[in-house]
Design a protein around this ligand. Sequence first.
Ligand SMILES: Cc1ncc(C[n+]2csc(CCOP(=O)(O)OP(=O)(O)O)c2C)c(N)n1
Length: 643
Amino acid sequence: MSFISEINSPADLRQLKVEDLQEVADEIRAFIIDTCSRIGGHTGASLGAVELAVAMHYVFDTPNDRLVWDVGHQAYAHKILTGRRDELHTIKQPGGLSGFLRRDESEYDTFGAGHASTSLSAALGMAIARDLKKEDFHVCALIGDSSLAGGMAMEAINQAGHLKSRLIVVLNDNEMSIAPAVGALSRYLNRIKEAQSYQHLKEEIGDALGSVPGIGGSLRRAAKSFKDAIAAAVLPGALVNELGFKYIGYVDGHNVPMLVAALEEAKKVDDGPVIVHALTTKGKGFPNPEKNYYAYHATGPFDPKTGLPYKSSKAAAAPTYTKVFGDTMCQLMAQDEKIVGLTAAMPDGTGIDRVLEEFPSRAFDVGIAEQHAVTFCAGMACEGLKPVAAIYSTFLQRGFDQVIHDVCLQDLNVTFAMDRAGIVGADGPTHHGLLDIAYLRGYPNIVLMAPKDEAEMRDMLLTAIEYPGPAALRYPRGNGVGADISQEPKELEIGKGEVLRSGKDAAIIAYGTMVGSAMEAADRLASDGIQATVVNARFVKPLDEALITGLAGEHSVIVTVEEAYLAGGFGSAVMELLEEHGLLGDLTLVRLGVPDEIVPHGNPKDLLAGYGLDAKGIDSAVRRCVDSVSGKKPDNKRFRVVR
Ligand SMILES: Cc1ncc(C[n+]2csc(CCOP(=O)(O)OP(=O)(O)O)c2C)c(N)n1
């Protein structure tokens, strides 16, 4: 490591000669492979952007010039170059570096991200602020080819071309999203590449035709005009120039001197936005000859020599919720041809990959386009289909207005399968799915539910599909609890909870993932003579009104538990219901959930325990309330007690 051990900031990098930069990139690549082989991470995405990071920090005077990375998952080389080399081994680890970019982590992280397609809007905002303040620096956004197809990026391109502000966009084109890139834009980018190759060939072909004896001249003229028409249709000019962008490219995105030259050219464009089209290979240098594109995007720990993942020594766990969802979709789609399945660029993450394979005409990957995905489903529902949109809880935030305006307002039969609901772990604040209850609960028509285990998830999926209006189910990342999933899915009665055990001292009403912990807490309490009722709420909308008001009549302590933000969440819904019925008077109501703070990345179990969202935490909350009510110990105000 002759170069990178000496690079503690981009200023150090800029001391080097251009000829040395390829070596710097090679060292960084080796460093990333070594680090990720031990701890995993966004290995492939970051390996593909090493040379881009080196060239950008070399050409631009960072942090004075602003670099904006889209998503930020591919920016490990950027972290290494900006003073975080020695901490890279902590990336995504509890207390360690974020897996994405954060303004509070480094002055070089000019804009925080984690969700896709935001970079162009943010960069354009910075460029306009610069112009208004009459300052002078470059703003350069790096965006992947799939994120470029996201609605926000398209909207930003539209405005950037119109404003004519100085802005540099580097397109990191690897023809990949997490899965292979989809959509017409991706085809268009390929056609640009083909057209450019054609430009190089054109003269040669023309010469060859011209040499045909007798008719060569006219053949050549005809071919030239025909081919020029094709070229005009596909060269970047047709889209990019018309929209006010200059175009530089394409360039080999793994050739640092070439990238440096292209970016230097881009810096000279002072009358509007310019796009530098760099071709890269995702997972460049990854030590596995077998191309596995999912593994290339992000990996767990792997053998740095073979690239093969280390085998887990853990006993075979229950299947993941994701897998059970995908399998159940296939089962239900085989029985009902009106059901269609959809993902927004997360086929493997949502289990829709199997659906795409088995039902290619009734399954869609729309790309990074959650807003479109929701309204696309609404349209299909208008025509009598039963669309199921499998979108992570955090990414459905993008489609909020579409859920409200296009689906709920029109009471359409669309099912939202929200994977990764709750605390997701290493991906952290941008990816935790803690808000969906709050953002979906406030509008009429939608049914909201959460299963206690993977078997109930199958029932809920069928229930949601058969419900004639909008319905959403939330379920967590990771393995199920090992429930028996051999039974056929059955429809559940909408708005009916399930009493799992009865006790006189307190009632614990749990939603989704928290049901298991509530049952465990009840066992612990029972061993000390405290008898708790445990309810699996199943639905937050509509709530089981009869059951919950009944519980309030029979218990002086009610504890609600949810893996979500408290504000606007499940407990709030229960509190509102009790308030409407005038039942809060003598009741001690405690809501357990996530308080009003940013939840960091970390081990989900530990994070949940920290918020008292495990058996121990629920046990101690109930115990304190029961003691306080019985006058044994005064309440210490740790809980929000409503009297
Ligand atoms: C709104 C949103 N939807 C989905 C994702 C999940 N996601 C993270 S990276 C990624 C692929 C991005 O592809 P591209 O922009 O081409 O960059 P690459 O990873 O190929 O460098 C996806 C779909 C996300 N981060 N944000």
